[in-house]
Write a protein that binds this ligand. Structure first.
Ligand code: ACO
Length: 454
């Protein structure tokens, strides 16, 4: 990939040696200091747990300006995409770099539809789980297991096989999520119907039964499309970085996506939408908004206001405002304008945005603050919230996996560390270890007693 290097930073080392590190220009956002030669030139590693200042890769897919609250996919604003596009167009955009024309869209949708079914053996596989298994647990296992089913496209150096793998993963994800849900209910699975759109198919497989079909509603379908678009990608978040890291070794893409699902599950990431709804439920039952705000501000209390704050956004998450509007639209359509969860969420948002703690720390609602209410209005149970997120984010995961595999400069991801453990020491024979430990304990106790007397 062509990189522009116009500036360099000079670093003076303690031995009077000076080294120069190049600064690579970005098309948007901060330029980056290229530290790849740092260790070779200076003998130092960088130390950045949590990647607060570290870019882990070069990417052309998504750009976020957290300060201004801007999110672009391949240059298009998330607001425009959520308003005008459907999920398949956004999937194509993320994968291929441009919005499709009519023909390209038709072909892409046909390819995805072709792969919506799961191997019949997967039904037996899912039946191996406990009925009360979390759908995310079923998804991690099932998606990982798919790596054993498609032996015909394991050569990822072949662009066609790569493309088929990405289509298969995107196509099968709604089927897996819906079947995991059906299994938890004890209901028969519903097979995909390829006459429907991606969003409608997912809703039907989730909510239809053999005795009652799912009837699409354009307002609900639009909202589901928006929800999928809003969650489709978010540059190098924890789950996407996990997929890239796993894939950097050349691992099977189904296995890499299974790793991404595992990472997404946590409450600090995709599990937040479930946590937000649990919080709103608690507030609805008995608690006061003020108590939750106070708990979130208490440094002694690990509680955080779920759906607030973001590593990158230090402004309103642009996805949260689209999600809030989608909530209003769906609740109006369903005749539930005065929904108590939405009322609590709006009051909670208002209270937090006017509180000095949240203002000072630049904590704003993130995408998950309103997605829980929308999912609730659409009829999804709490346990499915993160699973729906996983269906949407799969598109981003495979787009990043594809970009990484196609990068000729790709290297296996192998971070270094700051080691603070023991220095080299001699091996002690097993029978001498207890004796040695007793001696150390006796000496420590003598020293402690002497110290107490003095
Ligand atoms: N409520 C109260 N205080 C908060 C919150 C919150 N939701 N979020 C951050 N803070 C405080 C932290 O306690 C910290 O305070 P300190 O400086 O006094 O120690 C400060 O703000 C900075 O927060 P960090 O946790 O250090 O920020 P980080 O970037 O590591 O974490 C995260 C971001 C994980 C999203 C965090 O804000 C959080 O846990 N939020 C709640 C969970 C959530 O909504 N997650 C969804 C994220 S969006 C997504 O994954 C789709």
């Amino acid at each position: 990939m062509d990189k522009k290097v116009n500036k360099k930073i000079e670093i003076s080392l303690s031995n009077n040696k000076k080294i120069q590190l190049p600064i690579i220009e970005s098309t948007e956002g901060p330029d980056v200091l290229d530290v790849r030669a740092l260790y070779k030139e200076s003998g130092y590693f960088t130390f950045d747990p949590g990647y607060l200042s570290t870019g882990s890769c070069e990417s052309k897919i998504t750009f976020i300006d957290g300060g201004k609250g801007i999110l672009l996919h391949r240059g298009y604003t998330i607001e425009d995409l959520a308003k005008h596009a459907d999920f398949m167009e956004v999937a194509y955009l993320l994968l291929h770099g441009d919005l499709p024309n009519i023909k390209e869209k038709e072909k892409f949708e046909k390819n995805i539809r072709y792969h919506t079914m799961l191997h019949e053996q997967m039904k037996t596989f899912i039946q191996g789980f406990r009925r009360d298994a979390h759908p995310m647990a079923v998804m991690v296992g099932t998606v990982g297991a798919l790596s054993a089913f498609y032996r015909d496209s394991e050569d990822f150096s072949n662009s066609r096989q790569r493309l088929i793998s990405t289509h298969r993963i995107i196509a099968k994800m709604p089927t897996i999520a819906a079947w995991a849900y059906k299994y938890s209910l004890g209901q028969p699975v519903i097979y995909p119907n390829n006459k429907l759109t991606y969003a409608e198919n997912f809703m039907r497989m989730t909510f239809a039964t053999p005795c009652e079909d799912y009837v699409s509603n354009p307002v609900i379908t639009k909202a589901m499309n928006q929800l999928l678009i809003l969650h489709a990608d978010h540059e190098q978040n924890a789950s996407t970085s996990t997929v890239r890291l796993a894939g950097s070794s050349g691992a099977n893409p189904f296995a890499c996506v299974a790793a991404g699902i595992a990472s997404l599950w946590g409450p600090a990431h995709g599990g937040a939408n479930e946590a937000v709804m649990n919080m709103l439920l608690k507030i609805k039952r008995n608690a006061k908004i003020k108590d939750f705000i106070n708990r979130a501000k208490d440094p002694e209390d690990p509680f955080k206001l779920m759906g607030f704050g973001h590593r990158v956004y230090k402004n309103y998450d642009p996805r949260a405002s689209v999600m809030r509007d989608a909530c209003h639209n769906v609740l109006n359509e369903l005749g539930r304008k005065n929904n108590p969860f939405l009322a609590i969420a709006l009051d909670l948002e208002d209270a937090a945005l006017n509180d000095s703690y949240f203002i000072k720390k630049k904590l704003y609602p993130n995408v998950d603050f309103y997605s829980g209410i929308l999912l609730w209005a659409l009829g999804f149970p709490l346990s499915m919230y993160t699973a729906v997120f996983a269906v949407a984010r799969t598109v981003g995961w495979v787009a990043h996996w594809k970009e990484m595999i196609e990068d000729p400069t790709r290297k296996i991801s192998r971070p270094r560390q700051l080691y603070t453990g023991h220095k080299k020491r001699d091996y002690i024979e097993l029978d001498k270890r207890q004796k040695r430990k007793s001696i150390i304990k006796a000496i420590s106790s003598i020293i402690k007693k002497g110290y107490q007397k003095s």
